[in-house]
Design a protein around this ligand. Sequence first.
Ligand SMILES: Cc1cc2nc3c(=O)[nH]c(=O)nc-3n(C[C@H](O)[C@H](O)[C@H](O)COP(=O)(O)OP(=O)(O)OC[C@H]3O[C@@H](n4cnc5c(N)ncnc54)[C@H](O)[C@@H]3O)c2cc1C
Length: 209
Amino acid sequence: MRNFPLNETALRSAFMFDVIIVGGGPAGLNAALILGRCRRRVLLCDSGRPRNWASRAIGGFLSRDGCPPDTLRRIAREQLAPYPDVRVKDIEVVAAERRETGFHVLLAGGAAVSARKLLLATGVVDDLPPLPGAEAFYGRGVHHCPYCDGWELRDAPLAAYGKGASSRDQSASACCRRPGWATSRRCWMTWKPKGWRCRRRSTRHVNKP
Ligand SMILES: Cc1cc2nc3c(=O)[nH]c(=O)nc-3n(C[C@H](O)[C@H](O)[C@H](O)COP(=O)(O)OP(=O)(O)OC[C@H]3O[C@@H](n4cnc5c(N)ncnc54)[C@H](O)[C@@H]3O)c2cc1C
């Protein structure tokens, strides 16, 4: 999103909401639900690129364990339907600006809307490490969160990847050592231009990629 110069004519014609929510993932949808129940006039805009695009099933989310992520979003949208003051649009917000009268927002396609409050629920984007196969197998055999996917892969051979002696790599190492997520076949890998290097190995049964 960027700032944009909105001319006065466009500002006067902009439809006013109490809150514009940018992002229709779990965070934005939950905010819309609460605001709808508070009878606030809400516009939720979503560009349809969720963080967990690669995931097949949600793990560890109360009442939705094993549920495909798009099913969670669909159910959440259905449960917004009874709230007449909540509008959901599949559209990208391309620019936003704060003025004395509130927030002015430009949607893809050129329409302008405004609101007293602007709620950014745009999520995050993961940068995958530049490893061969990381993108192709992301969400299938390459995972970033043992709490999300560790159970499904329990007792399978496990390699944890880290780049150096940072706290992030210590987490990878800890994940590898943790009893319960994998039994004996686990190792902590680093990637060098020449290939994989196993820095710590707990067994003879390590599967190399
Ligand atoms: C591979 C993977 C697996 C995961 N598995 C689990 C799991 O098993 N259990 C669990 O609890 N969590 C899991 N997570 C974490 C979970 O995906 C996130 O915690 C959750 O999606 C965060 O929700 P969010 O609403 O903040 O962001 P998101 O779900 O990313 O939603 C943000 C939305 O904002 C939209 N957006 C962004 N910019 C704009 C814009 N300018 N205009 C309009 N819309 C915009 C995007 O298109 C997107 O739809 C996983 C994550 C990944 C990457």
